[in-house]
Design a protein around this ligand. Structure first.
Ligand code: FE2
Ligand code: FE2
Length: 290
């Protein structure tokens, strides 16, 4: 669904949690596995502003519709992080700045050079770079919303489920924007399609895996994307990716799920198969200019 930016500007805002009974967690706390997922989600929601930093050094910042969306998007994601922080605080867990500051301080050289990589990459590649970013954003928003849905289901806690339902509604608007932008920028653009396929296949990993410790990534994927329900959910997201112009057959989420949920796969071999197919396509004259 296309997101009308004027409508979004009117409706965007802080997720409503004033009536959420956070004290309910003191008498009925979450199970440890759900709480561990929430720590991850808290940290990644609060990291959104850093993802924005990497996007604004690209030509995306010249598009006023894009920057209007990104302004609202980071605001909403910030408050998702704050809502989850309130749940952590109700469990007497560190939340907000005391969690975020050490996380950012521990980020290494990859984080420090990320804006330069994106700035240089977009300067070399041109407008197709924005297609990669928008597609990347769509995939991350799809997986985030699905992860919240699965957590609401698995935690068995009505208070958390209600709060996540409200967050998911806002994630739905983010999906609408990113998916529409990705479709528009990939459509009839084989160069952008090839570049996006390469970027996703070679570099995509679940959102937050660039900043969170690997055991936390594995736990989150196992808990939320494991088993038959996780497989069904991954297949649904992969079908959505398939529907984007030129992106059919990546099996991105299923491959990541199998690789990280420890359910057995030759994840790397499947990725290399996809790349080999793409390299064959790239030999066509239409893509020789890349
Ligand atoms: Fe969010
Ligand atoms: Fe989002």
């Amino acid at each position: 669904m296309q997101l009308d930016i004027e409508t979004y500007k009117r409706h965007a805002g802080r997720v409503s949690v004033q009536d959420i009974e956070f004290d309910a967690f003191r008498t009925r706390p979450l199970d440890l596995a759900s709480l561990r997922c929430l720590r991850y989600m808290h940290d990644v929601e609060h990291h959104t502003i850093c993802y924005l930093r990497d996007l604004l050094v690209t030509p995306a910042h010249r598009d006023p519709e894009m920057t209007a969306f990104l302004t609202m998007w980071t605001f909403e994601e910030f408050w998702h992080g704050e809502a989850i922080a309130a749940v952590l605080a109700a469990h007497d867990e560190p939340a907000g700045s005391p969690r975020i500051a050490p996380l950012r301080a521990a980020l290494g050289w990859k984080d420090r050079i990320a804006p330069m990589v994106h700035g240089l990459g977009s300067a070399l590649v041109g407008a197709s770079y924005t297609a990669v970013h928008m597609t990347w954003g769509a995939v991350n928003e799809w997986t985030t919303q699905a992860g919240y849905a699965r957590l609401a289901q698995r935690c068995g806690h009505p208070v958390l489920a209600e709060m996540l339902r409200r967050i998911m509604k806002q994630e739905g608007r983010h999906i609408d924007f990113y998916a529409a932008q990705a479709t528009k920028r990939l459509n009839d653009n084989r160069r952008a399609q090839w570049l996006t396929r390469q970027a996703l296949t070679r570099f995509w990993a679940p959102v937050g895996s660039d900043v969170m410790p690997e055991p936390e990534v594995r736990h989150m994927i196992s808990f939320l994307f494991g088993g038959d329900d996780g497989k069904t959910m991954a297949a649904r997201i992969d079908r959505r990716i398939d529907s984007l112009p030129g992106l059919a057959g990546l099996d991105l989420i299923e491959n990541a799920r199998l690789s990280l949920a420890g359910e057995g796969s030759d994840h790397r071999r499947e990725r290399l198969d996809v790349l080999a197919a793409d390299d064959h396509i790239a030999e066509t004259p239409a893509l020789a200019t890349l």
